[in-house]
Design a protein around this ligand. Structure first.
Ligand SMILES: *Cc1c(COP(=O)(O)O)cnc(C)c1O
Length: 424
């Protein structure tokens, strides 16, 4: 018997406790948005907060540093504390600062001290290239050769990493390991606790890029004993294009000297003494560098209201329901048409998006966009779909799969050119 998928989707939407949150987002008219893992949508709360900050700039000028509500001077700490529950950290272990890539630089500059035979950084060949560019440049800054000192763990299937294989590379030549929490293409979620424990048993400092996991996965960075982590806030956290990033530092490292120091990392109460000798705040705040981007931070501040209200555990539960539904549909209706599901099927090994692979992936994405459905594409053949817990519906998932089915069945994608755009 064939299942009535749209009826199932309707029932799930009816039972969805998070359904009221959708009305608090600006879903672009006429679109089904499946790209919240690249750029999350604007919310009413984010825009109100942004507008308030703009008015405070207009009305208070320099006075806003202390008199704005919330004040600008401690915005990095404030938003860090607001993000802490999302990653399972203590409030002082998180700061809002920089960008994903800049935070990777500053954390690796803090921890990477090649000594004797322990000179290597362990990363993986599936990580987002920016992380690898940054790591290679950190090796060079220490006088090393990335060809020898940056080891990239290989993937057996081109989609996922095997924890056991990663651990087998953790020997006493490795100083620092930097791995993604959720892989940006396949959406695989790594076992942070297991990898951290293995790293620590071998004397290795370990950090995670949580760009694709924060806001969709409920991390426990403190309890998992992770040394450091960093993430962007414009994907699942809906902070707005280029919004400032997050930085986590386990409290046992608070006394360490920041690798890249700057005056916003100074002990807060004495920052304006403007002393010539640097004394960093003994918290993640010590890793701030310059003045925070207040307008961008304000949008994120508003966006975080929705996570406070919904709770990350509820967000994670619905996200898994959405991606499980999508995978079930894909297996029933798209795999027979030549698609492959590139995402691990086990829920506890999956982040917030699903990778559907097809040799005509790029042209299929273009056909989806022509129908008002927004996916994204990662070469060579990955269509990423992120149904987002706070604003996507099960009906949209069903609609997207029906569209994919028609596009391939009717060869609709053949009407599109295979030339790629600058941003996809
Ligand atoms: C999105 C993403 C980045 C982006 O870095 P920015 O510095 O914010 O431009 C970095 N790493 C990963 C894994 C990402 O998914």
């Amino acid at each position: 018997m064939t299942r009535n998928w749209s009826e199932e989707a309707r029932k799930r939407d009816e039972a969805d406790r998070l359904a009221p949150f959708r009305a608090r987002f600006h879903v672009p008219a006429g679109t089904v948005y499946m790209d919240g893992n690249s750029l999350g949508l604007a919310s009413v709360d984010a825009l109100e907060s942004l507008e308030r900050a703009a008015r405070e700039w207009r009305d208070l000028a320099i006075g806003g540093w202390l008199d704005a509500r919330p004040d600008w001077f401690t915005y990095g700490e404030r938003i860090g504390a607001r993000m802490a529950p999302l990653v399972g950290a203590e409030p002082e272990e998180v700061a809002l600062v920089g960008s994903t890539t800049a935070n990777l630089h500053s954390l690796v500059a803090t921890f990477y001290r090649p000594k004797g035979t322990r000179r290597k950084i362990l990363a993986d060949e599936l990580n987002f290239p920016s992380d690898l560019y940054a790591l290679a440049s950190q090796v060079r800054l220490q006088g090393g050769d990335p060809a020898k000192d940056l080891i990239l763990a290989k993937s057996a299937d081109g989609r996922t990493l095997d924890e056991e294989a990663l651990i087998s590379l953790m020997d006493d030549t490795v100083a620092v390991a930097v791995l993604p929490a959720v892989l940006y293409r396949s959406g695989q979620l790594l076992d942070l606790r297991r990898l951290t424990q293995a790293a620590h048993e071998r004397g290795i400092v370990i950090g995670f890029d949580c760009a694709h996991s924060v806001g969709s996965v409920a991390h426990r960075l403190h309890d998992d004993d992770v040394d450091f982590a960093f993430w962007c806030t414009y994907k699942h956290l809906n902070g707005g294009p280029g919004s400032p990033a997050g930085l986590f530092l386990h409290r046992r490292h608070f006394e360490r000297e920041p690798g890249l120091a700057g005056w916003f990392g100074y002990v807060k109460e004495r920052q304006f003494d403007l002393a010539l000798h640097f004394e960093h705040a003994p918290s993640a705040s010590g890793w701030q560098m310059g003045s925070p981007s207040i307008l961008s931070a304000a949008a994120l501040d508003g966006a975080l209201n929705l996570f406070d209200e919904a709770g990350i555990l509820t967000v994670r539960a619905k996200s898994l329901e959405l991606t499980s539904f999508l995978i079930e549909l894909a297996e029933a209706r798209l795999v027979p048409l030549g698609f492959e599901v590139g995402t691990p099927l086990e829920p506890d090994r999956r982040g917030g998006h699903v990778a559907l692979e097809h040799d005509e992936g790029w042209r299929i994405c273009r056909a989806l966009k022509a129908r008002g459905i927004v996916p994204d594409f990662r070469p060579r053949r990955v269509i990423r779909l992120a149904p987002v817990a706070l604003y996507s519906t099960f009906a949209e998932v069903e609609h997207t799969v029906s569209a994919l089915e028609e596009i391939v069945r009717n060869h609709e994608y053949e009407a599109f050119s295979s030339e790629r755009a600058a941003v996809s």
